[in-house]
Structures are given as structure tokens and as C-alpha cells.
Design a protein around this ligand. Structure first.
Ligand SMILES: [Mn+2]
Length: 195
């Protein structure tokens, strides 16, 4: 089974991430930030990547370091678990509706971090959660996972729905991209021979 375990400790956060790519989408995520845990659970459930995440962060300041650093550690774990990328589909995309929200995610496990983020959340907060941290998370995931990631909100009026649709869309796209393609099981999906 393709898996990874990452521990990352700084003066701001202490994180452990355990993932298994060929899982069933089981999850056990505790970061101290309720809405963020809800989003990480969606990411696991809809990518079918088993995910156990723990973070003790400096929440007395705000949620920023916790959300960003979990993105960093999860990106590192994904990159490690995917390994040399032999046999993977590499690309994934999903157009995901959730009530008023319609979000498109397209990604390439290219090794070239690039985030295109086209989503304006209509409120500054979801409960106590700063909505600007949704982008921060995906920026960190893209950078440290080596992922070209495009996220576009095509419609939406509710911040919770839009953010959740983004996590679910990226999850479904990730599921597709990390899956092995039986037609090319021993090949790296690039004419360059490396990714
Ligand atoms: Mn929800």
C-alpha cells in the first residue's frame, strides 16, 4: 500500500500526518479548528485517501499557522506517498455542486507547484474560521505536494458551501490523479520519463 508518515514541528505548530493512498477514505483529523477538521474529513472521504492528522498549533494567535502548516505537511505526505509516480493517472478533475455552490478543480501531479485560485468567498468568516485560510491551505498543499492546481468557483452564495465544495472537488480530482492506471501500470506518465 502506498502510504506516508510525516512529522513536522516548529515553534508555531506540532503536526503528524498519516496517509494511505489506496485506502477507503477513513479519517481521524484533529487540529483544534472545528471547521478545518470538517474540511479535512471531506478531503479524506472523497479522495478515498485514509487520513489521520494531528496538530497542536498556536491557536491563541489565530488559525493561520495551523491551517497553513497542515497544508505543508499533507503536501509533503502526498508527495512522499506518490513516490516516483509510476503507473498513476497523474491528472484529475471534478466539477462539484453543493447546493448553491459549483466548484471546478483540475490538478496535475506534475512536480511543478502552481495554484490558480478563482474563488471569492462572500463572507470573511465561517463561524470563527477566517475564510481567507481556505486559499492558504491549498497554496501550501500545491507548493509542498508539487501539484499544479486550478480551483474555480463557477457559482455560490454561501461561504460554507463554497469552501466545502472546493475541498470535495479537490478530493475527487486527487482520487483520480493518484489512482493507478492498469493500462500503464509500469510507466511514468510523461514523455520525459520523469515527473
Ligand atoms: Mn458542511
Amino acid at each position: 500500500m502506498r502510504s506516508a508518515q510525516i512529522s513536522r514541528k516548529t515553534a508555531e505548530t506540532n503536526i503528524s500526518v498519516n496517509i494511505a493512498l489506496d485506502g477507503t477514505g477513513s479519517y481521524d483529523n484533529q487540529t483544534g479548528v472545528g471547521f478545518f477538521d470538517h474540511m479535512l474529513d471531506q478531503l479524506a472521504r472523497h479522495s478515498l485517501i485514509d487520513m489521520k492528522i494531528r496538530c497542536e498549533g498556536d491557536l491563541h494567535i489565530d488559525d493561520h499557522h495551523t491551517v497553513e502548516d497542515v497544508g505543508i505537511a499533507l503536501g509533503q505526505a502526498l508527495s512522499h506517498a506518490i513516490g516516483d509516480k509510476k503507473g498513476i493517472r497523474r491528472y484529475g478533475a471534478c466539477l462539484l455542486p453543493m447546493d448553491d455552490a459549483l466548484v471546478r478543480a483540475a490538478l496535475d501531479l506534475s512536480g511543478r507547484p502552481y495554484l490558480v485560485w478563482n474563488m471569492e468567498l462572500p463572507t470573511a468568516k465561517i463561524g470563527t474560521f477566517d475564510t481567507e485560510l481556505v486559499r492558504e491551505f491549498f497554496q501550501a498543499l500545491s507548493t509542498h505536494g508539487g501539484i499544479t492546481l486550478h480551483v474555480d468557483a463557477l457559482h455560490g452564495i454561501n461561504s460554507h458551501h463554497m469552501a466545502e465544495a472546493a475541498f470535495k472537488a479537490v478530493a475527487r480530482a486527487l482520487r483520480e490523479a493518484v489512482e493507478t492506471d492498469p493500462r500503464t501500470a509500469n510507466a511514468i506518465p510523461s514523455t520525459k520519463g520523469a515527473l
